[in-house]
Ligand binder design. Structure first.
Ligand code: ADP
Ligand code: MG
Length: 414
């Protein structure tokens, strides 16, 4: 027997729980899919496509619905000789400017040997190349800009939907499908961009527990061997999912985590306890990620509150966090922020669920103030911002915590 042995007792096809798995049918989205299909109908009629704006929180099926309908649209369009349909799907995560989007689009239409570099051209030149590529390609072109809220300037969101009206395109009929996780993105668009990009709008609401249960069941049937899931496991994952954000992705992740834990335990069944453990473990991962994504000042503010907490001084007011924060910033060789900005960091830490806050009343004099405390495992926090702790030095209040971490390489706080 080798070192690695295949274990297939739990999963039949684990990949079916992954985000990129495309289910054959979408469950519980009939109304949205109907609307979406209607907005795409002009493509089959050979007419100028509508621009569509899709919005809703993460994990509510926006990307899945788009892939699903565009797959159908492409195969149905192939039945008509007079329709020449091209689809380009671009995820804008990591592409922050209109310029980057435009160069990416140009390259989508070009051979590997003929790609343009993503810097160095005047923007107008890149747009000209884009119109040229689109017209050369011709036919109907649907351009999906997924996670479009990452684009920071709206030039391309104005130019692209209006390219034909502005006389930049002659032969190609383009339609833009913009997808956003963030509704405020739409509100922040200038009126002229909004009216061209958002001709049609489709909202994807969050899923409730029943819908999540159906989505999970559909995937579980493919992913797990028969009778591996104990009764109640799917219901529990769906209940947690509905409580968190109505996010199908998060629920699927939880089910997979529970399955992985069962597999590691060499269990025959996935049980509720595996789901609970999975949830704790995913939550830790999210916190770690949240802390990892903070700025240095965010870390310093958190470190300050954490040490006050370890000294039994929480809940603590921001004015009492301030001296600790200031001295830590100085140790790190960083200029401390003004009080108001420091408070913004406290608020961010609350939003991330790392700190807790209580509103208090001043009593008769009126006025309220906030008190902060730590709501996460302190060891987890320290390990997630080890760089900052190292830079500032180890505060005496956390020494005991660190003794347990024998591999610690952190320097003492002198
Ligand atoms: P969004 O783009 O809104 O963030 P996704 O479309 O990526 O969300 O969906 C997240 C995951 O949930 C994907 O794996 C997707 O297949 C699945 N999913 C979402 N909605 C449904 C649905 N109605 N039926 C089946 N699977 C779904
Ligand atoms: Mg998506």
């Amino acid at each position: 027997m080798g070192m690695f042995e295949r274990d297939t007792d739990i999963y039949r096809d684990r990949d079916a729980l992954r985000e990129d798995y495309q289910p054959e049918q979408l469950v519980g989205r009939d109304e949205e899919l109907d609307t979406y299909q209607t907005t795409l109908q002009p493509v089959i009629n050979g007419e100028q496509p509508n621009n569509v704006f899709l919005y809703g929180k993460t994990g509510v099926g926006k990307t899945a619905a788009t892939r699903y309908l565009l797959d159908h649209l492409q195969s149905d369009a192939a039945e008509y000789d007079d329709i020449d349909l091209s689809v380009v799907m671009l995820n804008c995560d990591g592409l922050t400017s209109s310029y980057q989007i435009a160069t990416r689009l140009v390259n989508e239409f070009r051979d590997d040997t003929d790609q343009i570099s993503t810097t160095g051209y005047p923007r107008a030149a890149v747009y000209d190349m884009l119109w040229n590529e689109l017209d050369t390609n011709g036919g109907t072109i649907l351009i999906v800009l997924d996670e479009v809220d990452h684009i920071e300037d709206d030039s391309i969101l104005y130019q692209l939907p209006r390219a034909r009206a502005n006389g930049n395109l002659e032969t190609a009929k383009t339609g833009i499908i913009g997808i956003s996780n963030d509704f405020s993105f739409r509100e922040d668009l200038s009126p002229k961009v909004r009216s061209s990009l958002c001709e049609e709008e489709i909202h994807f609401p969050a899923y409730d527990a029943t819908e999540l249960q159906q989505i999970l069941q559909q995937r579980a049937d493919v992913a797990f061997h028969e009778s591996v899931l104990e009764e109640g496991v799917i219901r529990l994952c769906a209940a947690y999912g509905a409580k968190d954000a109505g996010d199908a992705r998060q629920s699927l992740d939880l089910l997979m985590k529970a399955g992985d834990i069962a597999r590691d335990d060499s269990a025959e069944h996935v049980i509720d306890e595996h789901v609970r453990q999975g949830r704790t473990s995913l939550e830790r991962g999210r916190i770690r990620e949240g802390i990892g994504g903070l700025t240095q000042h965010g870390h310093l503010v958190l470190y300050a509150v954490l040490t006050l907490d370890q000294q039994g001084k929480t809940p603590v007011r921001s004015r009492d966090v301030r001296p600790r924060y200031t001295s830590m910033a100085e140790r790190a060789g960083i200029n401390p922020l003004v009080t108001r900005r420091m408070r913004d960091h406290l608020s961010e830490l609350i939003m991330l669920g790392i700190l807790d806050v209580t509103e208090r009343n001043e009593g008769r004099r009126g006025g309220t103030y906030r008190e902060y405390s730590v709501s996460m495992d302190p060891e987890l926090i320290i390990s997630a911002m080890a760089d900052t702790v190292e830079l500032v030095g180890i505060h005496e209040s956390i020494e005991k915590l660190l003794e347990r971490e024998s591999t610690s390489t952190l320097q003492d706080y002198q």
